[in-house]
Design a binder for this molecule. Structure first.
Ligand SMILES: [Zn+2]
Length: 493
């Protein structure tokens, strides 16, 4: 009797549990469906009333279009205007200051870099890499998308604004570094020094970084403008093993090379933890969610449910894996001088790009414990933490002003915050500005990412013109005193 009632109770319990589980699943499913249908974090301030400041139209006529390319490096008005103060910093870098009429408005700063990585025609370029030759509407040349397009775009925009009688209400700086590709220790760092001496604080900084991706994110309808709100940190660690040298005829059981090789293998077998979902990476997908078709729209509108699943998908490819974790790359391995001599020293260099959700210290501890061998000495060659995450909500002056400028010019684009996996000059500016953004409206289509630091780097003439117009409008849009209130969005009848 007692046995039967116990059985009955267990059955009842199982029933109740299954029904509750079913109920929870059903509620989650309904919530996810509702969210899929209504979720759009992107509309925001676009519906609000913006203070009108953009008085000078940005049209470029046929004559100017020709001039735009011919005058590539000539900006006579910028360099002769009494409005513009210019100084050369660290011999080759340039700092411009254009004061505003309203001293109460905190200035902002536009950055770009004039140096480029090397290029060799013999690598197979369609046009000589320093010729700026035009083929089928594209200007070919090293630096055309990294980062001459911004250097020229900013200066040309300012040139046009000055010619058309513009004088800003909000002052701004322009910083053109000359050694970004080798970390900006001369250019950017000295520009920052000059500004610090003057006690400058900036409302935001805009540097190179992310771009407009068109047809690059599979499944996304229309192009996406990703504005970098943080960048990964970096660390280079040297691993070394010392052993007494000896003759190869009497080898010990383990050589310095063998011990170090084991350590390197352990690092490759044990990647850093997958960190997708905790920061701006998640927001990138949420901002883009409404531009995906089903079922991706369902998944991306419900990151609370699916972020680890998406992370697992992203980590499968090296280019997307870089977004979900700190990457570990063994880049140098040196040992041995002669075929019959056991080397006393074996060395390897490991380069890591640190995810914004991790710190340099945590990464070093991870390396140490994964290597797990006291005979392997570890030394930090250089490194820095990931950059702080800049604001991108509806009260964020820089983000919203950049976003508005992009959407006014390219209404078909979806704007989202993103993570820069490379580093820029702007990382030296953290003491001057809380909000640093990395973006230019350079259009990147399938196949273009290989052109960065690769062969056949190019920009279309049309896109160069668009960059000029972008900076032309952005400078004027920054003249608003403050952002419109998000609540003004619903007041229009
Ligand atoms: Zn660059």
């Amino acid at each position: 009797m007692a046995d039967r009632s116990a059985k009955f109770n267990i059955l009842k319990l199982v029933k109740i549990l299954s029904f509750s589980l079913l109920f929870v699943v059903l509620v989650c499913f309904v919530a996810a469906i509702v969210r899929t249908l209504t979720f759009d974090v992107n509309a925001g301030l676009q519906l609000a009333h913006w203070e009108k400041t953009n008085n000078i139209a940005s049209d470029i006529n046929q004559h100017q279009r020709k001039e735009l390319l011919e005058n590539f490096r000539v900006f006579p008005t910028v360099f002769s205007s009494h409005l513009v103060q210019h100084e050369v910093v660290a011999n080759y870098s340039h700092l411009f200051w254009v004061p505003g009429s309203d001293l109460a408005l905190v200035p902002y700063m536009l950055l770009a870099h004039i140096d480029v990585v090397p290029a060799d025609e013999s690598d197979g370029w369609e046009a000589p890499p320093f010729s700026a030759k035009e083929i089928d509407g594209f200007i070919y040349g090293r630096g055309t998308i990294d980062n001459k397009q911004s250097v020229m775009g900013i200066l040309q925009a300012l040139e046009y604004l000055l010619i058309r009688g513009y004088s800003p209400r909000r002052g701004f700086f322009i910083g053109l570094g000359h050694d970004e590709e080798v970390s900006g220790f001369q250019g950017a760092m000295n520009i920052v020094k000059v500004l610090k001496k003057k006690g400058v604080q900036l409302v935001f900084v805009l540097d190179e970084g992310l771009a407009v991706l068109d047809g690059v994110i599979s499944g996304l309808q229309g192009p996406a403008a990703l504005i970098g709100v943080t960048e990964k940190g970096q660390a280079t660690v040297k691993l070394s093993v010392f052993k007494a040298p000896g003759h190869s005829s009497m080898p010990p059981r383990e050589s310095s090379i063998g011990i170090l090789a084991g350590a390197v293998k352990r690092l490759e077998d044990n990647p850093m933890p997958m960190l997708f979902g905790g920061g701006p990476d998640r927001r990138t997908f949420e901002h883009l969610a409404h531009k995906f078709g089903l079922p991706l729209k369902f998944v991306m509108s419900n990151m609370w449910l699916f972020s680890s699943l998406i992370g697992r998908v992203l980590e499968r490819r090296p280019d997307t894996n870089a977004f979900v974790r700190t990457t570990t790359a063994v880049t140098m391995f040196n040992s041995g001088v002669k075929v019959n001599v056991l080397p006393s020293l074996a060395e390897a260099y490991v380069n890591m790009r640190i995810h914004p959700a991790q710190s340099l210290q945590e990464v070093l501890e991870f390396i140490q414990s994964t290597v797990g061998d006291e005979r392997v000495k570890m030394e930090l060659v250089n490194g820095f933490d990931p950059l702080p995450v800049s604001s991108y909500d509806e009260t964020s002056f820089g983000f919203q002003t950049i976003k508005k400028t992009v959407l006014d010019q390219f209404p078909q684009v979806t704007v989202a915050p993103g993570i820069c996996i490379g580093n820029t000059d702007s990382r030296h500016y953290t003491d001057l500005a809380k909000d640093i953004y990395r973006f230019a409206p350079t259009w990147i289509r399938p196949g273009d990412t290989q052109r960065f630091h690769g062969i056949d780097e190019r920009i279309s003439k049309k896109n160069y013109e668009e960059l000029v117009i972008f900076y032309f409008n952005l400078i004027q849009n920054c003249d608003i005193k403050e952002l419109p209130s998000p609540h003004s969005a619903g007041h229009e009848l």
